[in-house]
Ligand binder design. Structure first.
Ligand code: IPM
Ligand code: MN
Length: 354
C-alpha cells in the first residue's frame, strides 16, 4: 500500500492561494510519479476570515494542526488589517505553539536566474541559513510602561536559553554533515556587543562542535560582517546558524541574491513534530487574482516539505523541475516571467512527471 501524507493547506492572503494552487499541482505530480498519496485539508485562516469573523486563529485549530504530517502555507498579510495582527496571530503563533524551532532557508541561485551580485553565479551562491525560530527578540518578552507620556519606556528583550541554543546548534551541525558539501558551519552573532546572548551561543557552538561534530569546520562572523560577506564572497558559506532576529534579516538579504522573493522558500521545522513550509515573500496583494505572481518559491517550499517527510527522490525531482524551468523565464518578478503563474506551475509539474 502506498504511503499517505496528511497535509494541512493554508493558502492565506493575497496571492497566497494562487501560488499554493501551483505548489499543490507540483506536489500531486510528484506523488503520482513517486507512488505516494497526499490527503489535503484546506483551512481559510487569514485576513478575509479575520475581517469577516474577528477570529485570527481559533484555539481548536492549533490542536487540529498537530494531527497533520505537515503544513503547507501560502502567505499571511492583508492590506486592510493592521500589520502584526495576522503575522503574530497566525504565523508566529503556529511557529511557537508547534515548537517549530528551526527556520531553514536555503540561499541557492538557480540556473538562468539574475543575481545583483557582480561576477557571481550558481557556483558561488549556494548555502543554507539555519535560523532559530522560537526564541530571541521574537518571544515578545518586555513591555511598555508610562505609555503616551514623555517618560514612556519600551523594552523588548533578546531571550535565549541554553536548551534553545543547543537544539538549534545540533540541528545545524547535523545539517552541515548531511549536506556534505564543505562541512562548514558559520555562527553569525554579535559577540562584541551582545555579550550575554551571543556569548552563550558562541560557547555552546564550540563546545558542541568540538565534542560531537569534530568533522565540521567552525567559523564565526559578526552579523554586520556576515551581510558584507554574503554580498562580496557568498562562496565562503556552506551552512550559517544564527538567532531569530539576525536570521530574519540576513535571509532577506540572501533571498535577493538568489533572485528575490519569487524563488525564496523557508521551512519552519520541528524535527520531532509538525513542520510548516512557506514561500517567504508575503502576500503581494496588488497582484492578487492576476495570474502573474511567481509560484516557484511556493513550489520550492513544497520540495522542502517532501524532503522533510522523507520523500527525498520526489524532493529532488521537484527541485530539478524548478531548475529546468528557471532558464526559460524572462525574470522572476510578478508579471516579468514571460509566462503566467499557472503556466509556470504546469511547466514544473510536467517536468516532474517526466
Ligand atoms: C519571515 C517574516 C516573518 C518574520 C514576519 C511576517 C512575522 O518576515 O518569515 O521572515 O519576521 O519571521
Ligand atoms: Mn522575514
Amino acid at each position: 500500500m502506498s504511503k499517505t501524507y496528511k497535509i494541512a493547506v493554508l493558502p492565506g492572503d493575497g496571492t497566497g492561494p494562487e501560488v499554493v494552487r501551483e505548489g499543490v499541482k507540483v506536489l500531486e505530480s510528484a506523488a503520482r510519479k513517486f507512488g505516494f498519496k497526499l490527503e489535503l485539508t484546506a483551512y481559510d485562516f487569514g485576513g478575509d476570515r479575520y475581517l469577516k469573523t474577528g477570529e485570527v486563529l481559533p484555539d481548536s485549530a492549533v490542536g487540529e494542526l498537530r494531527g497533520f504530517d505537515a503544513i503547507f502555507l501560502g502567505a499571511i498579510g492583508h492590506p486592510d488589517v493592521k500589520p502584526g495582527i495576522l503575522e503574530k496571530g497566525i504565523l508566529l503563533r503556529l511557529r511557537f505553539e508547534l515548537d517549530q524551532y528551526i527556520n531553514l532557508r536555503p540561499v541557492k541561485l538557480y540556473p538562468g536566474v539574475d543575481t545583483p551580485l557582480k561576477d557571481k553565479g550558481p557556483e558561488q551562491i549556494d548555502y543554507v541559513v539555519v535560523r532559530e525560530n522560537t526564541g530571541g527578540l521574537y518571544t515578545g518578552t518586555g513591555g511598555i510602561s508610562m505609555k503616551d507620556t514623555p517618560n514612556e519606556v519600551a523594552i523588548q528583550s533578546m531571550v535565549y536559553t541554553r536548551f534553545q541554543v543547543d537544539r538549534c546548534l545540533r540541528y545545524a551541525f547535523e545539517y552541515a554533515m548531511k549536506r556534505n558539501k564543505r562541512k562548514t558551519l558559520a555562527l553569525c552573532g554579535k559577540t562584541n556587543v551582545l555579550t550575554f546572548v551571543y556569548d552563550l551561543w558562541e560557547r555552546a557552538f564550540h563546545e558542541m562542535g568540538a565534542k560531537a561534530f569534530p568533522d565540521v569546520k567552525r567559523e564565526y562572523y559578526h552579523v554586520d560582517a556576515t551581510c558584507m560577506w554574503m554580498i562580496k564572497n557568498p562562496e565562503w558559506f556552506d551552512v550559517i546558524v544564527t538567532g531569530n532576529m539576525f536570521g530574519d534579516i540576513i535571509t532577506d538579504l540572501g533571498a535577493i541574491t538568489q533572485g528575490g522573493m519569487g524563488i525564496a522558500a523557508g521551512g519552519n521545522i520541528n524535527p520531532g513534530g509538525v513542520s510548516m513550509f512557506e514561500p517567504i515573500g508575503g502576500s503581494a496583494p496588488k497582484y492578487t487574482g492576476k495570474n502573474v505572481i511567481n509560484p516557484l518559491a511556493c513550489v520550492c517550499a513544497g520540495a522542502m516539505m517532501l524532503e522533510t517527510l522523507g520523500e527525498t527522490a520526489a524532493a529532488q525531482a521537484v527541485e530539478a523541475g524548478v531548475m529546468s524551468v528557471t532558464p526559460r523565464l524572462k525574470g522572476l518578478g510578478a508579471g516579468k516571467m514571460g509566462f503566467s503563474t499557472t503556466e509556470v506551475g504546469d511547466m514544473v509539474a510536467q517536468s516532474v512527471a517526466g
